[in-house]
Every structure is written in structure tokens, then in C-alpha cells.
Design a binder for this molecule. Structure first.
Ligand code: TXA
Ligand code: MG
Length: 323
């Protein structure tokens, strides 16, 4: 599958080589704590164009710029509200993306022509080492969407990336292996351009956790209306199999539920997460397992309650509308 170079057990040398590849305009897929990203030099229009080609993604769909620390914030964003600084201090490095007013360094080919830019400091040692090294040699940062075809399931392992994009990468591109993604669903996206923060995409950083950090600031949750962020596409996060959410009993179908649920007779148990956290980290790999086994239907018992369960239900809802 594919021609790209694959680096496991990443060393300082492989990180340096990957940063050099980025500088030369090539793509580097890398692990993060949420999902794997497909990175390019955020200031190189040709390199960024290849991300869109490889993913098959519409070019007005903006990319998250991955930076190494809060110290890089003012390079890419301006007029940053106090509450956004509080969020960055509390949750970075971590599974949170802030949408802020852009500086001139964040050009249209990154922001989809919008006056805002998405920024994130991921919490993964390989990702951070790569971003730091790249910032040092380039004065830039790494633009990266999830390393999957547009509309498909985000990859949570380097094998997933290889399976999904291997045929579309060149032999100058690199896949860095860092094991399975710890969190397993994409970052919480928070619009910080207004007086109040607005959650655009739910994730591991929950509304409750944000509330604790910000005290009495009102936090809103966006209804997916615009088409400029992932969550707003109905066909997102969709595997090949059909996802049924709820108490369906379908002979021969896959089954995913918390461990306290018994497997209905005649169904194939794909995973049995013991906690909500495990549920999130096993969600996409459960989709992929079902596809690899050639099973057409996956029935999922959604986790109940607030917190991270909200993000899981959001992804399930979208995946079930997929096909
Ligand atoms: O966890 C994550 O966020 C992963 C890892 C690789 O960091 N990245 C990720 O990227 O999920 P992507 O491109 O698959 O989804 C990010 C979403 C995009 O769909 C985009 O629409 C939204 O973030 N986004 C980026 N910049 C934006 C902006 N300026 N305004 C509104 N939404 C934005
Ligand atoms: Mg994505």
C-alpha cells in the first residue's frame, strides 16, 4: 500500500528528517492525542494544496494550524480575548482548538478565506517534537486536518493512515508512527472571536470543564449551521458500514456498547469499553474493524450522560447519517 516512508520508533533523527520533508513542501502524517493529522507547511500554498488533493477535500474548508506552545499564539492570532488566553493556559497542550482572528501570516489558503484561524497545541511527544523542530527551521507551523479521506473516519493509528491514504502519498511523504491515539476523537473546537466562547465541535474538553476554568462566562454550543467546520457536514465520520444507533437487534450485525450491555444473540461484539473514555478511544477503531471484517451494519448503544458522552453521541449521530 502506497509509497510513503514509514517511521516507527521515532528518534530525534526521524523527527529532523520529517521536519526537513515539511520544509521541502512534502506531507508528514503524525500522531496526536486525538487522531492522526496530515501535516504540511502552513505557509506553503503548494504543500497545503496537496493536503486538499490527497484528502479530496473542498478547498474552502479551513485547516487547523498546529503550534508548539502558547508562545506562538500571537504570531498567528490577534485581538485575543482574555478568556481565550485562560483556555489556552488551562488546556494546552491538549485536545482543544481555538478559533481566533488571524494575523496576516495565516493566509486564505489555510483559513478558507475567512478572517479567523484555528490553532491547537497537541499533547503528544512526537507531534510536539516535530512542530518545535519545524518551527525552528522554518518560522512556520504545521497545518493539519485529520489524516483521512474527506467525509471518512479519522485515523487513530499509523496503520489506519497507511490504509486510508497510503495510495495517495508520494515517496517523499512520511508517516510517523506513535501508536494508538490516546483520546481517539477530534479536538473540541471553540470559537473565541466574540464576547462569549462558542463550542463549534464537542470533544474531550467538555462544556463542563470549560465552565470550571472560565467561571461565570456564558458558554454557548453552536448548532451546526454553517458548512465551514467538520461537524456541520452531515456525511462526516462515516465508515463503509451502516451505523444504527439504539436498541436494534440485527442478525449478523456488529455490536458496540459499554461492557455492562450483553451482546444480543446472533450479533458480533466489536468492542466492550468499560468507561466513557474507552468508548471514545475505541469508537473509530470499532468502525474500522467492522469495515475490515466486511460486516455491513454496526449497531451502537450510545453512552448516556454529559461530558465526553456528548462528543461520542455527536460523532455517532453524524456517522449514522453517512450513507
Ligand atoms: O483533533 C483534531 O482537531 C485533529 C488533529 C489532527 O489535530 N484535526 C482535525 O482537523 O480534526 P480537521 O480538519 O479534520 O477538522 C478541523 C475542523 C475543520 O473541519 C475546520 O472546518 C475547522 O476545524 N476549522 C478550522 N479552522 C477554522 C476556522 N477558522 N473557523 C471555523 N472552523 C475552522
Ligand atoms: Mg477531519
Amino acid at each position: 500500500m502506497g509509497n510513503s516512508q514509514f517511521f516507527s520508533n521515532c528518534t530525534a533523527d526521524s523527527i529532523r528528517e520529517a521536519a526537513a520533508a515539511l520544509k521541502a513542501g512534502h506531507l508528514v502524517a503524525f500522531p496526536t492525542e486525538t487522531v492522526y493529522g496530515l501535516g504540511a507547511d502552513a505557509r506553503n500554498p503548494e504543500a497545503v494544496k496537496r493536503i486538499y488533493e490527497v484528502k479530496g477535500r473542498p478547498s474552502d474548508h479551513p485547516l487547523i494550524v498546529h503550534i508548539s506552545s502558547i508562545n506562538q499564539l500571537e504570531k498567528w492570532a490577534k485581538e485575543i480575548p482574555e478568556y481565550a488566553i485562560d483556555l489556552a493556559r488551562a488546556f494546552w497542550p491538549g485536545p482543544m482548538t481555538l478559533i481566533l482572528k488571524r494575523t496576516e501570516i495565516a493566509q486564505d489558503f489555510i483559513t478558507g478565506g475567512q478572517e479567523t484561524v484555528g490553532l491547537r497545541v497537541p499533547n503528544d511527544p512526537i507531534a510536539l517534537a516535530l512542530i518545535e523542530e519545524f518551527e525552528t527551521i522554518s518560522e512556520s507551523a504545521i497545518a493539519a486536518p485529520s489524516a483521512n479521506k474527506f467525509g471518512q473516519v479519522s485515523p487513530t493509528s499509523s496503520f489506519d493512515v497507511q490504509e486510508e491514504l497510503g495510495d495517495y502519498l508520494s515517496n517523499f511523504d512520511i508517516i510517523l508512527d506513535g501508536g494508538d491515539s490516546n483520546i481517539g476523537i477530534e479536538s473540541t473546537i471553540i470559537d473565541c472571536t466574540g464576547v462569549h466562547p462558542i463550542i463549534l465541535r464537542s470533544g474531550y474538553i467538555t462544556k463542563e470543564a470549560i465552565g470550571i476554568e472560565l467561571g461565570d462566562i456564558n458558554i454557548q454550543v453552536a448548532k451546526p449551521a454553517g458548512r465551514k467546520f467538520s461537524g456541520s457536514f452531515e456525511k462526516h465520520y462515516a465508515p463503509k458500514c451502516k451505523i444504527f444507533v439504539g436498541k436494534y437487534r440485527i442478525e449478523g450485525a456488529g455490536f458496540l456498547a459499554m461492557s455492562e450491555f450483553e451482546t444480543p444473540i446472533g450479533m458480533f461484539r466489536v468492542n466492550s469499553p468499560g468507561t466513557i473514555r474507552d468508548f471514545a478511544s475505541l469508537l473509530y477503531s470499532s468502525f474500522r474493524i467492522t469495515d475490515r471484517l466486511g460486516i455491513d451494519i454496526l449497531v451502537v448503544q450510545p453512552p448516556t450522560g454529559e461530558g465526553l458522552a456528548v462528543a461520542i453521541r455527536d460523532r455517532l449521530n453524524k456517522a449514522s447519517k453517512g450513507r
